[in-house]
Design a protein around this ligand. Structure first.
Ligand SMILES: *[C@@H]1O[C@H](CO)[C@@H](O)[C@H](O)[C@H]1NC(C)=O
Ligand SMILES: *[C@@H]1O[C@H](CO)[C@@H](O)[C@H](O)[C@H]1NC(C)=O
Ligand SMILES: *[C@@H]1O[C@H](CO)[C@@H](O)[C@H](O)[C@H]1NC(C)=O
Ligand SMILES: *[C@@H]1O[C@H](CO)[C@@H](O)[C@H](O)[C@H]1NC(C)=O
Ligand SMILES: *[C@@H]1O[C@H](CO)[C@@H](O)[C@H](O)[C@H]1NC(C)=O
Ligand SMILES: *[C@@H]1O[C@H](CO)[C@@H](O)[C@H](O)[C@H]1NC(C)=O
Ligand SMILES: *[C@@H]1O[C@H](CO)[C@@H](O)[C@H](O)[C@H]1NC(C)=O
Length: 414
């Protein structure tokens, strides 16, 4: 596995070689939490600005009341319609966990644990009762990885005993995990489906210390076939100028940017376990972020003209029938999502690479909030957010050599 030389990386390699996982080791490591706490204590921008949004969020209140269900539906025609009960409680679990780690105030830890303990003995399934939608796959994926992240942060809290933690893991493995392994899904479903499921698999592998689950997901992301999740397919085509057209670029920009979020989550969690998916195939994920950011940015000085990005037509074998997507889609163009902080800071301030369009998009979203700050519908809970707080890094020292690059010879030149 590829790994940048650092104390943390050596730790990760060591843990990997001996079959153990780094904990906490999903989206954030202890090193990350130390930085967040230090920046917030110093009142330093932009971290503090994102933290203040967190403190003001109703989801992150110490008196948050969980609303556990025995079965959760998602999708049109599914009843009872109780999707948001789960989405709100998962976001609250994460935000409270974050607040505890940064402030050290146990009131937030107790509230996070209270939510997870309320659900774990009660939830027996998610799906679509009285209907036929399969949107619950998305919920199993997105809320699966999000909740695993909250639990990963809380896993060594003294107020969460082994019995309760185990009960939570059992619920995750019984209810979420089996749904998220239903890939490859063929080419009839857009990339965000499998990417959400894969993010959940990675997260659950780490949460439950199951190397088989983790490795299976990594292998599929790197070299799988038969679905839209593997990196060679979800980032469909890399144009000259290192602009990576995503599989949903011709669908709409709401979903295209959602794939940026999912791929960042996948790459970040893998990175924290010593596996460099960010560097995969010449930083293919960076190419995708740059392309997607550029296509969703207004040309400077204009109110309505977006940058043009290159596009190759795609035959989309999507439900209900096969069709062609011939242009970069303008549906939801300019869509804002709180999802640009981690990817930008990884490539620019960990790897020392340039990410100009990603940086411009990030500037528009900064400071990022999370669930509860972007509306009360499902879309506002597609990602955990707060990346300004969790992922902002001080600028890399000038002159550091970029890493992760490979030279490709074309016609005798690089
Ligand atoms: C839908 O299905 C569930 C269980 O299968 C049932 O309890 C419920 O009453 C049904 N109808 C509605 C309108 O929710
Ligand atoms: C911890 O958080 C609770 C809930 O917001 C608050 O009432 C309490 O004053 C906080 N404790 C400290 C030491 O800041
Ligand atoms: C939890 O783990 C972190 C990281 O290893 C450590 O800093 C912290 O002290 C631990 N907390 C408890 C309550 O054990
Ligand atoms: C563990 O925590 C749960 C939930 O707070 C509690 O009901 C249970 O009594 C605790 N068990 C032990 C052995 O402390
Ligand atoms: C890891 O997960 C796999 C797949 O679900 C399962 O078969 C295996 O028993 C698990 N391993 C452990 C040690 O729990
Ligand atoms: C942008 O739109 C605003 C309000 O609609 C208008 O006042 C302004 O002149 C526009 N600017 C440009 C460059 O078109
Ligand atoms: C959006 O795209 C459609 C389909 O390509 C096109 O017909 C329409 O003119 C575009 N709208 C704008 C505002 O560019």
């Amino acid at each position: 596995m590829a790994c940048k030389v650092s104390f943390f990386c050596i730790l990760a390699l060591f843990a990997y070689a001996f079959g153990g996982f780094v904990h906490p080791g999903l989206l954030h490591t202890q090193t990350d939490f130390n930085r967040m706490a230090q920046k917030v204590a110093a009142n330093a921008s932009p971290w503090i600005d994102s933290y203040k949004i967190l403190e003001a969020n109703w989801e992150a209140s110490a008196t948050y009341n969980p609303n556990p269900q025995s079965f959760v539906n998602r999708g049109s025609g599914c009843t009872p319609s109780n999707t948001m009960a789960l989405l709100y409680d998962v976001a609250a679990s994460y935000q409270l966990a974050l607040r505890w780690k940064i402030s050290g105030n146990n009131s937030y830890a107790d509230a996070a644990v209270r939510i997870m303990n309320a659900w774990s003995p009660k939830l027996t399934g998610i799906g679509c009762q009285n209907g036929s939608s399969h949107d619950f796959l998305l919920m199993a994926g997105m809320q699966g990885y999000q909740w695993a992240n909250a639990a990963e942060i809380m896993r060594n809290y003294s107020g969460w005993n082994t019995t309760a933690f185990n009960q939570f893991k059992t619920m995750m493995m019984n209810v979420f995990y089996p749904i998220t392994t239903q890939y490859p899904r063929g080419l009839a479903e857009y990339a965000n489906w499998e990417l959400a499921m894969l993010a959940a698999n990675l997260a659950l592998g780490v949460l439950t210390d199951n190397q088989t689950i983790f490795d299976t997901a990594i292998n599929y992301i790197q070299s799988g076939v038969g679905g839209q999740g593997p990196l060679a397919q979800s980032i469909y085509y890399v144009h000259p100028g290192n602009l990576g057209q995503g599989e949903e670029a011709g669908r709409d920009q709401g979903h295209n940017t959602l794939d940026v979020s999912h791929l960042t989550v996948i790459a970040q969690m893998a990175w924290n376990q010593g596996i460099d998916l960010y560097g995969y195939a010449n930083n293919r994920i960076l190419a995708f972020a740059e392309y997607t950011a550029k296509g969703n940015l207004l040309v400077p000085g204009s109110n309505s003209t977006y940058y043009t990005v290159p596009y190759i037509p795609m035959n989309v074998d999507a439900w209900p029938t096969e069709y062609w997507e011939n242009v970069f889609a303008n549906g939801s163009i300019g869509a804002g999502r709180p999802t640009w902080g981690c990817i930008y800071h990884h490539y620019v301030n960990v790897k020392g690479l340039a990410a100009p369009f990603t940086g411009k998009m990030l500037a528009l979203q900064t400071p990022e909030g999370g669930g509860g700050n972007y509306g009360s519908n499902t879309g506002g809970y597609d990602q955990l957010g707060y990346e300004t707080l969790t992922c902002t890094l001080d600028p890399i020292s000038k002159g550091s050599a970029p890493s992760g690059l490979t030279a490709v010879l074309v016609g005798g030149s690089v």
